[in-house]
Design a protein around this ligand. Sequence first.
Ligand SMILES: *Cc1c(COP(=O)(O)O)cnc(C)c1O
Length: 384
Amino acid sequence: MTKKLSLETELVHVDDTNTHNASITPAYMSATFKAKDLDEMGPYDYTRSGNPTRSALQNHLSKIMKAKHVYALNSGMAALDVIVRSLNPGDEVVAGDDLYGGTDRLLTYIKTFNHIKVGHYDTTNLELITSKITKDTKMVVLESPTNPLIKICDLKAIADHAHKQNPNCVVVFDNTMMTPLFMSPLELGADIQYESATKYLNGHHDIMAGVIATNSDELAKKIFFVINATGAGIAPFDSWLLLRGLKTLALRVERQQENAMKIAKWLESQNIKVRYPGLESHPQYELHKKQCKGTGAVLSFETGDVAVSKRIIAACELYSVTVSFGYVASLISLPCLMSHASISAETRKEREFPEDLIRLCAGIESADDLIEDLAQAFKVAGFR
Ligand SMILES: *Cc1c(COP(=O)(O)O)cnc(C)c1O
């Protein structure tokens, strides 16, 4: 077909040929592949270097992410680890100040042990962040919207500035929250887009996975070298599960977003301070709308009291108390004790991180049930 297909259609049609014409890409559970003869080794020899199920996944993601090169890895953090290995001691990295807790931990590691200079800044302040990106900046690490603070950065403006200062500056963008459905960071100027596929891309909380996408042949070569050298590539069965999860990405995320919007509006109607990019009250509502096609399904709100927040979370019956997001069921968490506990209390205070902040990740349930559950939890907790 020559007509350009929409992403919803592309997601469910996997191009793959296999020996027996199986309708679903098989999981090639083999660490090794036999050579036909010594002169013709074939495309696969060892799964650390390549596996047909991983290739089918990467080719599929390549269409979805509209990227020339895509690599699938063991986890989102393995993806970032592979990316930052291109840095050398003394190199300068400019990063956001509300990044995922694990990202913060890995950047602190390379700062401490690899002697790479890492600075964290408020990415919502365009003047500040661009003033920190100079001709000496080798890499910029961004995330938008962040969670749980739901901070939004102007990717195009920051990437344009970085490339003007230093054409070789690598702008890295974590697109876990928006997914390729709602945001195309490479089109907005990022050199590398990576995502934790543990979240929405897979959607069922049964595997860990990460994805890296780039249109640069040179960066792709370095990335593949590290993956092959370290064994960070995704395993065959996990590739197979991720291929399955991806087919329902659009259905899941659109419903989750619809639920998040209803919950956000209900919370706001209770005079609660809510952070969600779909609400006009969000300070960067317009900027987000300019660079994304959707607003996602993660929101956060404040109660004014950590003890009240803890009571609300304990009283919820439908929301699982867990880190992570992107699962088909709804989740609730207190980030300062959970996903963001790896950031010290002192740093959290410095970055104005409210300790009472509750994060909600909407699932695909009925929005009415989700709102009713929150209302009863508020009552039990003596809130509102
Ligand atoms: C979960 C997450 C990661 C890390 O991915 P893992 O698959 O858990 O290693 C990175 N960035 C964001 C925004 C995340 O939510």
